[in-house]
Design a protein around this ligand. Structure first.
Ligand SMILES: NC(=O)c1ccc[n+]([C@@H]2O[C@H](COP(=O)([O-])OP(=O)(O)OC[C@H]3O[C@@H](n4cnc5c(N)ncnc54)[C@H](O)[C@@H]3O)[C@@H](O)[C@H]2O)c1
Ligand SMILES: [Zn+2]
Length: 707
């Protein structure tokens, strides 16, 4: 028979696919470092299977369709599985189709084949989540865990007993008594998603290598050479099958679902999602039920597994080359996909934090179209070395926002350049500065930055700052969204008509019926009151004004200390770093923030505008002596204070240099006692230590200007 060009083409494509798949298999199984998402690997494998199905003479014995996986590295001693650990056939949906039997045609075929061969209808299945981890086999002799192995190539795995012992949910001795003398239990070692996220969060902070996904984390952890290292990785385990030598499964139970129940009795964790279902409709219902909960499950799953429940039926169905005919894995949309970065933007948050954001070629990930992926911070981009033009693997799992897990460096186009954080805020043009010792960058244009406007105004108006009554969250949102203010200074420019008009536009936008219409007249009272309270806020104090500016880390007490020390605003705004550092309550970090804030011309502009709008405060002579008032004194607070909280009292005393202690001793300088004071007051009296009541404390604080 002469070969047609068609067959030649198929043969060369098959050979090409085999080579590519072999490479990916090696990366995945041996190196634990896949370079393409599973979905892509699966697609290549299916393509090869399809060619081989059409041209059976092209099947080679070394084809990846003929075997389970790859052997691991040779670091661990080999274990021959008495019963081979096989793979599962995968079924994918035809998402274009709406009819269930068409959409899930592969599942319909699977059920039909069983029905035909066994001559039954609507067979019963054990239905299970398909955890995305690492398959292992655990051997128990006389109820004792004696050996654990990875799947390896299905016939020979690796002995990872020592590492498995560190996983707390794997029983070392079995519970109950009725277990067989020799038992092999199979299941999945996995890393719960929360543990995975926590691990990566920490790795990002410390600059260590992050895990690509939980499954990689589990595989890598199990093959640590030091069991102590495995123990540190938060792994878990679910059992999903039991095997006995000599085909004795049926001696445990005639059905797989019952065998799983026995495993539970013997102390193995079995997923609570495991259930039974009948026929095609039952399978599809389970697929949908688990699919709807996929994001809420504490671990990643890539599908569900259907297993013919009766063992005798399984035996009749038998196996094809690498997988049983009585089971199938029904896959969900992939949680990882490859796409390309088309741009990297910088997003400025409400607090000024700059977060790089990759715009990617839109791609479906776990059923959702992803076109933007956060890169967390500049350090992460540097570690990933993500560049515009790069192909990247995007992962979206659970309610975690999509992220880039790695760059496919092999596919990097020519001419890409390393990405750098821009020097200017894309929103306001102020300098972007790196927070010392941290991976965070921030826009220094606090007051002038549009991205930070809402937060800045909210803080500015708050009770302890400018105290603008009636200017709440909602109004501020509308002010900014409808573009009525660019900076906090603009708040002083709005008159009653502006406010009423703004509210009308907000109502229109939201489709809400305005109060004004409901009552048949224009309600302006609220706007008049608001304008009045804005007006009233013009007369303020230096410390309130300073605090209201929202300089990072300058809280009320720091603002107070600065006001006292310098006496006037310009002195603070122009103070050199060294001088700021001398102010009580101002450390080097805060001093740096203050300098940075006033160095930003945009911020100066806003302050000028505020002054021009009539914001005023009294200034006074510098008071640089306050610090020592209670220096060297130790004060004890006891009982309840009524005018202020204990924390407040403590802050104020400490601001004056006192040490606030929890117990009375001879070293105590004085005790402040409120109602309900007990043993501490007794002890103070005993030792003859001065006791103040709250009134005296308040009078004192007022006297030294800390009231
Ligand atoms: N990205 C790559 O480069 C690359 C390369 C090779 C393989 N892979 C991926 O690795 C996987 C390898 O396929 P495979 O041969 O292990 O088959 P599989 O992962 O599709 O299915 C078999 C495995 O499912 C797991 N499983 C989870 N829950 C189960 C349950 N309740 N009952 C039975 N088994 C359960 C077991 O670990 C079992 O070994 C595929 O997902 C493939 O995409 C990826
Ligand atoms: Zn900015």
């Amino acid at each position: 028979m002469s070969r047609t060009p068609d067959i030649d083409r198929a043969a060369s494509r098959a050979a090409e696919l085999r080579a590519v798949l072999a490479e990916h298999n090696y990366n995945y199984h041996v190196l634990d470092a896949p370079t393409i998402p599973d979905a892509e690997y699966d697609a290549l494998l299916r393509e090869l299977s399809a060619i081989e199905a059409e041209h059976p003479d092209l099947v080679t014995s070394d084809s990846p369709t003929q075997r389970v996986g790859a052997a691991g590295t040779t670091d661990f001693s080999p274990v021959r599985h008495e019963v081979p650990m096989l793979s599962l056939n995968n079924a994918f949906d035809d998402v274009e189709k709406t009819d269930d039997r068409e959409r899930f045609a592969e599942i319909a075929d699977f059920v039909r084949r069983i029905e035909t061969k066994l001559g039954i209808e609507n067979p019963e299945f054990s239905v299970e989540p398909k955890l995305d981890g690492l398959a292992i086999s655990l051997r128990y002799e006389g109820g004792i865990f004696v050996r654990g192995a990875t799947r390896g190539d299905g016939v020979t795995g690796e002995d990872v007993t020592a590492n498995l012992r560190t996983i707390k949910v794997i029983p070392l001795t079995l519970r109950g008594k009725d277990w067989p003398a020799v038992l092999e239990v199979r299941g999945e070692v996995y890393m719960p998603r929360a543990a995975f996220e926590a691990y990566n969060e920490k790795a990002r902070e410390t600059g260590e290598k992050t895990l690509a996904n939980p499954r990689n984390g589990a595989a890598g952890s199990l093959r640590q050479r030091d069991p102590g290292a495995t123990a540190k990785r938060p792994l878990a385990f679910y059992a999903y099958a039991v095997y006995l030598p000599d085909d004795l499964d049926a001696t445990i139970a005639p059905r797989h679902s019952e065998a799983l129940a026995r495993l539970r009795d013997w102390g193995f964790p079995v997923s609570p999602e495991v259930d039974t279902a009948q026929g095609f409709d039952g399978l599809v219902a389970y697929y949908r039920r688990i699919g709807a909960r996929r994001d809420a499950l504490p671990y990643d799953i890539d599908g569900v597994v259907y297993k013919l429940d009766r063992y005798d039926g399984q035996k009749v169905m038998g196996f094809v080359s690498r997988a049983p005919r009585w089971a199938v894995a029904h896959k969900y949309p992939a949680q990882e996909q490859t796409t390309q970065i088309v741009g990297i933007d910088v997003n400025i948050g409400r607090t000024g934090a700059a977060t790089p954001l990759a715009r990617v070629q839109p791609v479906q990930v776990a059923g959702v179209v992803v076109s933007n992926v956060t890169l967390h911070n500049a350090d992460q981009i540097a570690r990933l070395d993500a560049r515009v033009g790069d192909y990247v693997i995007v992962r979206r799992a659970g309610d975690v926002i999509p992220e880039i897990v790695r760059v496919v460096v092999e596919r990097r186009p020519e001419g890409t350049v390393e990405w750098r954080m821009p020097t200017e805020c894309p929103v306001c043009g102020s300098a972007l500065v790196r927070v010392e010792g941290m991976a965070v960058w921030r826009c220094s244009g606090g007051l002038a930055c549009g991205a930070q406007r809402k937060e800045a105004i909210f803080h500015f108006a708050s009770r302890r700052a400018m105290d603008i009554e009636g200017l709440g969250d909602r109004l501020i949102e509308d002010l900014v969204d409808l573009d009525y203010v660019k900076t906090i200074a603009d708040v002083y420019k709005l008159d009653v008509d502006d406010w009423v008009e703004m509210k009308r536009r907000a109502d229109e936008r939201d489709g809400t019926v305005p109060e004004t219409v409901k009552q048949g007249k224009v309600a302006t009272k609220w706007a008049e009151n608001l304008v009045a309270s804005i007006d009233k806020s013009r007369a303020t104090t230096l410390e309130r004004f300073l605090y209201a500016l929202g300089i990072r880390d300058v809280g009320e007490s720091t603002a107070k200390a600065l006001a006292r020390w310098f006496g006037g605003f310009d002195a603070i705004a122009n103070a050199p770093l060294e001088e700021l550092k001398q102010v009580p309550d101002v450390g080097p970090v805060v001093a740096g923030r203050i300098v940075e804030f006033f160095a930003e011309p945009h911020n100066r502009d806003v302050i000028d505008a505020l002054r021009a709008a009539g914001v005023v405060w009294a200034e006074h002579e510098p008071q640089r002596t306050v610090q020592g008032h209670l220096a060297g004194k130790t004060v004890v607070l006891t009982g309840t204070l009524e005018q202020m909280s204990r924390d407040e009292a403590k802050d104020k005393l400490e601001a004056l240099g006192a040490k606030v202690s929890g117990s009375v001793s001879k070293k105590t300088s004085f005790v402040v006692a409120g109602p309900g004071a007990g043993s501490k007051l007794e002890k103070a009296t005993e030792l003859g230590i001065e006791v103040w009541d709250e009134a005296k404390l308040i009078a004192y604080l007022d006297e030294v200007g800390q009231g």
